[in-house]
Ligand binder design. Sequence first.
Ligand code: KIV
Ligand code: ZN
Length: 516
Amino acid sequence: MTDKNRIIFFDTTLRDGEQSPGASMNMEEKVLIAEALDKMGVDVIEAGFPVASKGDFEAVEAIAKQVKNATVCGLARAKKADIEAAGEALKKAKKKRIHTFISTSPLHMKYKLQMEPDKVVEAIKESVSFARKFTDDVEWSCEDGSRTEDDFMYRVVETAIAAGAKTINIPDTVGYAVPEEYGALIARVMNKVPNIDKAIISVHCHNDLGLAVANSLAAVKAGARQIECTINGIGERAGNAAIEELVMAMRTRPDYFPFTNGIDTTHITRVSRLVSSITGFAVQKNKAIVGANAFAHESGIHQDGMLKHAQTYEIMTPESVGLSKSSLVLGKHSGRHAFKDRLRDLGIDLGDNALEDAFNRFKDLADKKKEVYDEDILALVDTRFGKEATRYGFHSLQVVCGTGGTQAAYVEMTVDGHEHLAKAEGTGPVDAIFKAIRKLVPHEAKLKLYQVHAVTQGTDAQAEVTVRLEEGGDGKLINGYGADTDTLVASAKAYIDALNSRARAQLRKHPQRGAA
Ligand code: KIV
Ligand code: ZN
């Protein structure tokens, strides 16, 4: 195998993925995901659409500063202001790419752009050559590529390459393509565009018909060498091709897909989980590769086969996607050594202090919960939990709830180092808890999301709670997370965590004033 067979993985979780309705992420979370993608080995991280908003610009800028290995990419329409914003946001990136696009299908040109085809060709020339002023690495996309007429497709691709694009992306924007046809389109572009040897062909498939992964793989067989995809397949409408499915299809069937890539598949489970809990998008249980049931064998016949020889029913191992090979659970008698070993099996490498902190949290958890599973350990070391508290700390909680009578909460928490107690009544215990916290930390932010996720099965499972607040007219979102075996305590912790994030953001904005 030569480098010609290396597939470039272009992850767009932070851009197309964020376009999933309700999947907004704040800057800190985007940086966290970008770091995880970088460690996983993706080649290109599409970090956002810098001209879209101040928040998008700042997130791309922060990711550009932080990412060590991957190329960081910013999206831009065929407009100078977009391209300038992308160039500016990417300034500090070690490796940067500008991704500019314009629609090329008859339908889009007529109704969306209201531009004649010749004008679109002009815009391609101008936008690509303008983007080249900021970086040599320019990607150009023909939006609605799969519904573009062949001859026009050859013309626009040739134009973009002549203007300096190094990557040509042919998206199936509306998820309309089917694998054989899409592969044939890629093959025609490879054969008909005279300067195609100067560029890499990329594909970007949406999942409206559930064919995004199949279409991407067909395109790779036909000669495409970059795939655009997202973690858990999130993205606009039905989403994009799921990176974990693409990577594992290639790894499991090298006979059919003789390609290489730079992805360390053992990171898949962790990154999937991180994206799911940050976006609040749960992964369906039977989802390929990362669903809770993906490696569970329920029927007696299957379990019997597995015990005799794992390959009878297992085409890939759980360890290959970062699930621990041991089915042993840890408990309160497990020592530091066993805990460290399990972390290593899960691909987690912590420094001495972080390890000590995580071990103490493990001991606290094991006191409450008989069996501590891999999922619990992943939650324990999740960097979103246990973040430095800026101003507020959870202390204790008592609730009165149940049928009939008052629902009330007594919350004890620290505000700037001082202990305070508040009582509030509500329509239910969570409502009462949030009202009590609001009494101690008065603010105008509105609750946009309250979500509970059980980390494992059973009534003693840890609950992970996500709280999303919105403040101000600009739709700024503030997320908070809390985990505890008591769902109500996790809820209080998540709300307080969101208020700490809010205080940190205020402090960043007005360092001299302090947080309000
Ligand atoms: O789906 C699409 O066409 C896109 C482009 C911007 C590449 O997301
Ligand atoms: Zn898209």
